[in-house]
Design a protein around this ligand. Sequence first.
Ligand code: NG1
Ligand code: ZN
Length: 548
Amino acid sequence: MPIPPAVAKFADLHPKPAHVRFQYGTAGFRTVASVLDSVLFRVGVLAALRSKKLDGKTIGVMVTASHNPEQDNGVKLVDPRGEMLDTSWEGHATVLSNAQTTDDFINELDKFVQAAKIDLSKPARVVYGRDTRPSGASLVAALEDGFKALGAEARDAGVTTTPILHYLVRAINTKGTKDSYGDDSEEGYFLKLSAAYKKLVATRQTPSPLIIDCANGVGAPIAARLVEHLGDSMPLILENTSITTPGALNNACGADYVKTSQKLPPSLDGRLQPGQRGCSLDGDADRLMYFYLDERSQFHMLDGDKIAALVAAFVVELVKTAGLQSQVKVGVVQTAYANGASTKYLSERLPVRCVPTGVKHLHHAAEHYNIGVYFEANGHGTVLFSPATQETLRDYQPSTPAQSTALEHLRSLNQLINQTVGDALSDMLLVEVVLAHKAYSGLEWDSLYVDLPNRLVKVVVADRNQFKTEDAERQLISPPGLQQKINELVRRYDGGRSFVRPSGTEDVVRVYAEASSRAQADELAFRVGGLVYDFCGGNPTTRPKEFI
Ligand code: NG1
Ligand code: ZN
């Protein structure tokens, strides 16, 4: 079947800007919003094709640039089980987005449809949402033209969070089956989360109020609805909720600000009281960072690694108490950015795997455990229950009241935790459940282990593609000889660790360093940064002055 003529007609309305090269990376397409119109249209077409290929299953499309500045935007596809787009299609997305003219695009499309054996007569179904960015509405209009071009049945989820969009995709595709994931509506999502949370804390004291920094993004209206559903069970105070103030999104607030600057967002100064718990969401509410001020008003950050440690230990304890330890193996997945102290703490308690950066790697590795806990240090993560484990939890006959209670808790956790993707609001409730059960304050949670001081540095190089890594990105194999020089440097630092990798989302190389003191971690990072810069023939006049 040839490509319907409507595709070319619509494609003419969304010309590709000259001299821009797009790439479907770890976070989908993401760049300055003003050049994205053609990409959105073409992603609309691609989503419809993906649905046709999968026999009319609903595909999700999320328009967001997460923690990036407000002028950026982006788009990513969600596969039928609510997971990231199959990697084999990422390359096709890149090729289609870069076809220069309408004719080139139709040609590429035709080749792709033939090669992938897509039956164009099949139905196509999509569900799409966007964050609060001002560029969102017009980009969604381009996306909708892509759906129309192939006659896809499209459902608009409106302004929503990335994890809710993933939830909806799974709920729609499992509706009426034995794997039903919940009602396929935002309301269904809130009911599922709030019911599970209330069960888990039913016998616990109401916690002290938690401040949520909503990053002036979509987390604000969504958290406000969660507040209504939680009622008195969880006092939440929403801050940074200005979703219509130009320039406010992710600006000096949000999870990425907290992680990279390791500071309290200035807007929370005087609001967060010593001892009180606070947390930050990012612009699409899939990342979460916790923090508190000690009695001297010193800021302490509780990042994704601390969340993994807290949650994994709790799950292991429940599994043991339920008498399920021989049937349900719990494991943790991290990336090389995980703080060395967290890896040590976790490895002493359960299996830990390190995988390359990018949620899809973590998610897939976590699926190999019965219960897989994965978190990136930046606060993106979740806990996956394998299908077999869900059956075990359903069928298991506990023999004591203690076993029965632990089993009920595990069942409720399975409901509370978003099984499709990292979800800041679901993760926040999960953290609150564990804190309530352990009667931990932020300080006690923080004391599980002491973070090694660390530093992340960006280096702008002529061509980041010459950087190739192995061993879950911990070793450089190209440029040749550079890793050896890094090793020589690292050896001179007490507790030193450093690695270099090309970013998948920005045109930079990232340098991570850790050492036993703050000064040493900084020095190591800047020395390695300098090494990378000089090795790659950087221009001496633009060499950052902090590089030693
Ligand atoms: P890159 O730019 O590849 O380092 C960043 C984050 C990832 C992940 C992606 C997707 C760091 C060091 N890197 O990737 O963890 O979240 O963005 O958003 O935080
Ligand atoms: Zn995000």
